[in-house]
Design a protein around this ligand. Structure first.
Ligand code: ZN
Length: 352
């Protein structure tokens, strides 16, 4: 029997999370959001703390503590930082995380001034954005020096922009453009990995509502440096005997891919190598037993917090599951069925 999942509440949580900016390196705001929402579950015995590096760690006592587990998802996302205030008053960016410029071309952004906390709006475009004035517009290469932010403030010079309080090192947040359609699709930037974080929240909520405890003491680790490769390389509780990573099943429309937007993806291998076989078999078995739709897949250009943890010397079994995400690291899409399947599998894992 699949467990009851309160999907409306999970989708509200996800929408709020997606609308809270959290490019790698800027996690205070999202941690406050998570802290508030997790506290409001009123879970008896739930312990929340932040690691020195700024990851949120939540611990839930289990029926046993003979082989404690850790579940991890990352709250950090792609974004950008100001690299130069240009002589025309516009901004040259440096990328946070890996993506193609055309995936954010035309996107509205918020510039967050780290010195005074001010926020300005703007848009990312090429240096020749108008088709009426430039032949380059269609064919010009989308690379760092050919892209800029047009700020929605009156400035035509470097001095005027600096006077606004904008300077090198300020963060740039991309508008997520969250939309949930009446056909059940969830469209937004940063579903990687906020849909995974929502799966963790959904599982905690379901346990709370059913008044259940996980089988083993379980840590929920909300990693904050995954997109740059070292999220879970530190801070995973040393007592952990098994690590389950919740991250997207990428590129559901990619050629040769097996994932889809309606089931939970179980990763067999990514670019850093195979995940633990015994865990994969167990996850598949849980799906079979509980009628959870799943797809096993491999991801050729992908690494996860599991890889970061193992490379840093992690010595436990690692598995990876997640919702199927289309157009990963661009304007992403998944379906509520995929999110629900991920929550179901996570729940069954926690209870097993
Ligand atoms: Zn991810």
């Amino acid at each position: 029997m699949p467990m009851q999942i309160n999907m409306p509440r999970v989708l509200d949580f996800l929408t709020g999370l997606l609308n809270t900016p959290s490019p790698t390196g800027y996690h205070q705001e999202v941690n406050a959001y998570l802290y508030r929402l997790l506290q409001s579950l009123n879970f008896p015995g739930l312990i929340l703390k932040e690691t020195t590096k700024g990851a949120l760690l939540v611990t839930l006592e289990g029926q046993q503590s003979t082989s404690p587990r850790t579940v991890v998802a990352h709250v950090d996302t792609l974004g950008a930082m100001v690299r130069e205030v240009k002589s025309n008053g516009r901004l040259l960016l440096t990328q946070i995380g890996g993506y193609a410029w055309n995936a954010v071309e035309g996107e509205n952004v918020t510039i967050y001034c780290i010195r005074n906390g001010r926020r300005y709006r703007g848009s990312i475009q090429t240096v020749n954005p108008s088709i009426h004035t430039s032949k380059e517009m269609r064919k010009g290469k989308r690379e760092d020096e050919r892209m800029e932010v047009r700020i929605d403030a009156r400035t035509k010079s470097k001095e005027e922009t600096l006077a606004l309080g904008i300077d090198v090192g300020d963060f740039v947040f991309f508008d997520p453009r969250v939309e949930i359609t009446d056909t059940g699709f969830i469209k937004s930037r940063h579903l990687d990995d906020k849909a995974g974080v929502a799966a963790m929240y959904g599982a905690l909520l379901a346990l709370r509502e059913a008044d259940l405890q996980p089988r083993q003491r379980t840590h929920f680790f909300f990693s904050n440096y995954e997109e740059v490769g070292h999220g879970a390389s530190a801070g995973i509780p040393p007592e952990t005997t098994e690590l389950l990573v919740i991250d997207m099943a990428a590129s559901t429309t990619g050629e040769h891919q097996n994932s889809d937007e309606f089931s939970v993806g179980i990763c067999a291998k990514d670019s850093t190598g195979p995940y633990d076989l015994e865990m994969r078999r167990k996850l598949i078995q849980l799906c079979e037993e509980h009628n959870i739709p799943y797809k096993v897949d491999t991801y050729p250009h992908y690494g996860s917090d599991g890889s970061a943890f193992l490379r840093a010397g992690g010595n436990v079994r690692v598995g990876l599951i997640g919702p199927g995400v289309d157009a990963s690291h661009a304007y992403e899409r998944t379906h509520r069925d995929s999110l629900e399947a991920t929550i179901q599998l996570l729940l069954q894992y926690l209870l097993s």
